[in-house]
Design a protein around this ligand. Structure first.
Ligand code: NAI
Ligand code: MG
Length: 350
């Protein structure tokens, strides 16, 4: 197989540090598995914004289109409003490349303390719809500045959009514990969410082995805290999935280990892999960032690129490294540096 091409966007702050660490782990695991990845670095970031006035060049999306995957650190820095860094880079990439799945695996590892009392065996995945739903640009504001000022924003749910995210969730459940929970609120939101429920149930009929529960979002949020062990795959609309995935990451103990993937499962466009955390200006430059969120994201990338064995090896190393108190970073109560954790990960590869 010829080399698969990866566009690397380290971004700002600890984004640069954790991408560096993930690259080292990728190099080690790929050498062992005979996988050939070719990297190109892009300096798209808030620093670039301050220099040139945009997060990425005008032809940035066209440049990325040629790649097999995009690996991103984090963007965001003082002086550049967060909506600029988000809408100038991340959102255009997700939308242009039809990355309609946002995948957020949640796991409580041995050695990581969850804020919950009983959190052993928590292992589930939040599948968030990533391109439509509540985050539409349809709407507007009228009568700005007058007492009768108003704002309207429409949610957009399509049969195609709901079907494909449901199918992704059911397919994923087939490779796991065969249990899907669908987040809804069809008792209160009377048009879009009954439609979501209907289409999800239609798709469920194609997966007779998978059990499906629909749960209202308010009750579901409570169950994430009270009984997180019961979940396997949770499928949700864009807004519900956004909130649930952060709640779930908190249950898992540290934002420093949480990974994510923005996927175009059709593979017609590059998918993007990134840790959940941001650029962490409060600890940037000190060499203490936890690299595991980025490393786990790299494992998701290996899996997506067709290398499940290498992905599994990376996760074996992650599990071993977290289990050892000497190889935990400060966010997990340890004293190890980013470089020490990275070396431990490489040493722990099977
Ligand atoms: P953040 O995730 O950067 O940091 C939140 C807290 O968690 C901080 O105390 C930080 O030190 C800690 N933390 C985060 N990642 C860590 C790691 N790997 N190891 C150890 N500790 C870690 O979120 P915050 O502070 O709200 O945002 C900072 C900047 O990052 C903002 O400009 C924001 O817009 C941006 N951001 C970017 C994201 C992205 O690129 N996808 C996602 C979230 C925020
Ligand atoms: Mg979020």
């Amino acid at each position: 197989m010829s080399a698969q091409r990866i566009a690397v966007i380290p971004g700002d702050g600890i984004g640069v540090e954790v991408v560096d660490a993930a690259r080292s782990v990728l190099d080690a695991v790929c050498a062992r598995h005979g996988i050939s990845l070719e990297y190109r670095m892009f300096d798209w970031s808030c620093q670039r914004f301050e220099r040139e006035g945009t997060m990425m060049p005008d032809d940035g999306i066209e440049t990325l289109r040629e790649f097999d995957a995009i690996f991103l650190g984090a963007v965001g820095w003082a002086g550049v409003p967060d909506h600029v860094s988000l809408w100038g880079l991340l959102i255009p990439i997700r939308r242009a490349f039809r990355q309609y799945v946002n995948l957020r695996p949640i796991k409580v590892f041995t050695g990581v303390r969850s804020p919950l009392r009983d959190a052993e065996d928590v292992d589930f995945v939040v599948v968030r719809e990533n391109v439509e739903g509540e985050y539409s640009e349809v709407g507007g504001r009228l009568n700005r500045g007058f007492p009768d000022e108003l704002a309207v924003q429409e949610s957009v749910f399509t049969r195609v959009g709901v079907s494909r995210i449901a199918d992704f969730a059911f397919d994923l459940a087939m490779s796991r514990r065969k249990y899907v929970t669908s987040a809804t609120k069809s008792n209160g939101i009377v048009h879009t969410l009954p439609f979501w429920d209907e289409v999800v149930a239609e798709r469920a009929a194609h997966y007779p082995e998978v059990r499906l529960d629909s749960e209202h979002i308010d009750a579901l949020a409570a169950k994430f805290v009270l009984q997180p062990q019961r979940f396997d795959v949770v499928v949700a609309s864009n807004l519900f999935g956004d909130i649930l995935s952060d709640l779930a990451a908190a249950v898992a103990g540290s934002i420093g280990i949480a990974p994510s993937a923005n996927l175009d499962p059709t593979k017609q466009n590059p998918s993007m892999f990134e840790p959940v955390h941001g650029s962490a200006p409060d600890i940037a430059g000190r060499g203490i960032a936890n690299p595991i969120g980025a490393v786990w994201s790299a494992a998701l990338m290996l899996d997506h690129l067709g290398h499940p064995g290498a992905a599994e090896d990376v996760m074996t190393a992650v599990t071993a490294t977290l289990a050892d108190p000497d190889t935990r970073t400060a966010d997990l109560g340890g004293t190890a540096s980013t470089a020490e954790v990275t070396a431990a990960l490489i040493a722990a590869l099977p």
